[in-house]
Design a protein around this ligand. Structure first.
Ligand code: SAM
Ligand code: SF4
Length: 498
């Protein structure tokens, strides 16, 4: 457990948060695995990649093998529109092979926006007086969760914490317990959050172990930028977050502390997008090499405007829509087993464009104000940045169904041990898909009965029947047991899974 200081202040709390001894063993000759010069050199080369080599790399990705840095860089150099079309096609096929037509949805829950750091791009940086600060009480977290689980129908949350003594480990543990404890009646069954993921600053090993025991699904920390000079420029010296290596090795430490799934990410727009793609791939490869497990998810948020944050207004490295599509395609090919998250930072049109190219998770009905679900009118004052897609979960589920994608509310994986190395192996071989297909259909049935509008049911029902027919045809042995669970859900039972 944490040492709780009687009256922690941002200053005395900062001391001792970073424990260099916990990351020392990962460094090689005192250096981390991001070699800026070597990555830049790969990008500087002017050699036009040979089409045969690119096709061989695409074939490797199609067999669900991770690409190395040279292979990823070669893809980033492709100029030929025909080869890009082949890469897009392969990305879509890989997505389908590993994840079929399933999309997982979640919502962010911002529980605190106080922060001791001063990241120049973030509306929550400590000196930004334009943002009203707040840390939710447990009663407020319960109320927010009741709306998310009981009215909207979410089953997964990403809970977001500022880095501050008021949102220390004890606060996190209590908030996670509070969220899991909420159970609200819905139209036929009940609403409940079944997977709590968290996005929170790097923590020491002993705190990570406590979070794992509390039932955290995925622990997410974004490196923001892998480019060290840029990292230094946007994270002022003296801040906890200024320590690049402490952040870089958080996921290594988290996995070794027992956390089953971790999520990496880069904030696109801080530096050259091609460098950040190489950084993400280097991160995934180093996790695989040293800890034996790659990231469960990869995120690639684009930098958004934020309240009173001039840094974001004149970005040298802003990523165009066309390049952003390339980010998704190359990541899909390079890390073929990983879940890929596209969020409401992107507008509906862009999300429709990116989802078929390899994304597997998306949020909906999102509100990034602290207390914002309950207190919608104060949303504008507390938000971290501005969202480009404000559609409800019901609208997003309908939109996905009309594109032939089934929204999966499945949270079975981490509850029956299909996480970490195990899930990676299952995904690579396609075996996980069998469980996921069954659970996607069962949870979609639940959701249509409990939360869907008439318009969404009208689009969702035919898709569901199509999926049931596919289970019968492709998994005849599992079909009778599956139908038994399906009937029980139709009769009002909830949370049955394979
Ligand atoms: N304070 C913790 C941290 O920084 O790791 C977690 C919370 S922070 C609010 C979560 C993420 O928001 C950051 O990792 C960053 O990538 C993202 N973010 C910050 N400012 C942003 C902006 N203006 N546009 C888009 N994403 C932003
Ligand atoms: Fe704080 Fe995270 Fe925002 Fe940085 S990105 S100011 S650490 S909330």
């Amino acid at each position: 457990m944490t040492t709780i200081l009687e009256k922690p202040t941002a200053k005395n709390w900062r001391a001792g948060r970073i424990k260099p001894e916990q990351m020392a063993k990962y460094l090689q000759n005192g250096r981390d695995f991001i070699d800026d010069e070597a990555l830049e050199a790969r990008l500087r080369t002017t050699a036009v990649p040979d089409a045969a080599r690119i096709r061989a790399i695409i074939a490797k990705a199609r067999s669900i093998e991770s690409l190395d840095l040279d292979e990823t860089a070669a893809l980033l150099h492709v100029q030929d529109p025909e080869l890009w079309a082949e890469m897009r096609q392969a990305a879509a096929e890989i997505k389908h092979k590993v994840y079929d037509n399933r999309i997982v949805t979640f919502a962010p829950l911002y529980v605190s926006n106080v922060c001791v750091n001063s990241c120049v791009y973030c509306g929550l940086r400590q000196e930004n007086a334009a943002v009203a600060r707040r840390t939710l009480s447990m009663d407020e977290i319960r109320s927010e969760t009741e709306i998310l689980a009981g009215k909207i129908g979410h089953k997964r949350l990403i809970v977001v914490y500022g880095e501050h003594p008021t949102s220390n480990l004890d606060y996190m543990l209590e908030s996670i317990r509070t969220i899991y404890g909420v159970k609200v009646p819905a139209r036929r069954g009940h609403g409940q959050i079944r997977r709590v993921n968290i996005n929170a600053a790097p923590m020491p090993d002993e705190e990570l172990r406590e979070l794992q025991k509390a039932g955290v699904g995925t622990y997410q920390v974004f490196q923001e930028t892998y480019h060290k000079a840029t990292y230094r420029a946007v994270h002022p010296a003296g801040n906890i977050k200024a320590d690049y290596a402490w952040r870089l090795y958080t996921m290594h430490r988290a996995l070794e502390a027992g956390m089953e799934d971790v999520g990496i990410g880069a904030l696109f727009g801080l530096y050259d997008w091609r460098f950040e793609v190489l950084g993400l791939v280097a991160h995934a490869l180093d996790l695989e090499r040293t800890v034996g497990v790659g990231p469960h998810t990869v995120s690639f948020p684009r930098l958004e405007p934020a309240e009173n944050t001039p840094f974001n207004e004149a970005l040298r490295w802003r990523v165009s829509d066309e390049d952003f599509e390339k980010v998704v395609v190359v990541l899909r090919l390079a890390v073929p087993y990983a879940g890929m998250i596209v969020t409401c930072r992107e507008n509906p049109g862009m999300r429709r464009r990116l989802l078929p190219l390899g994304c597997t998770q998306t949020d909906a009905s999102s509100n990034i104000g602290v207390g914002g679900y309950q207190d919608a009118e104060q949303h504008g004052e507390r938000q971290q940045f501005l969202l480009a897609d404000t559609r409800t979960l019901d609208e997003v589920v309908r939109d996905l169904a009309s594109m032939g994608s089934i929204t999966s509310f499945c949270t079975a994986g981490y509850r029956c041990g299909r996480t970490g190395q195990c899930i990676m192996d299952l995904l690579r071989t396609g075996a996980e898909g069998k469980f996921c297909k069954l659970n996607a259909v069962l949870t979609f049935r639940e959701w249509l009965d409990d939360f869907a509008s008439d318009a969404t049911r009208a689009v969702g029902e035919p898709l569901l029947q199509q999926e049931i027919a596919e289970v019968q045809q492709k998994m005849p042995q599992a079909f009778p047991a599956f139908m038994q669970s399906y009937e029980r859900i139709c009769a009002g039972e909830r949370d049955l899974y394979f």
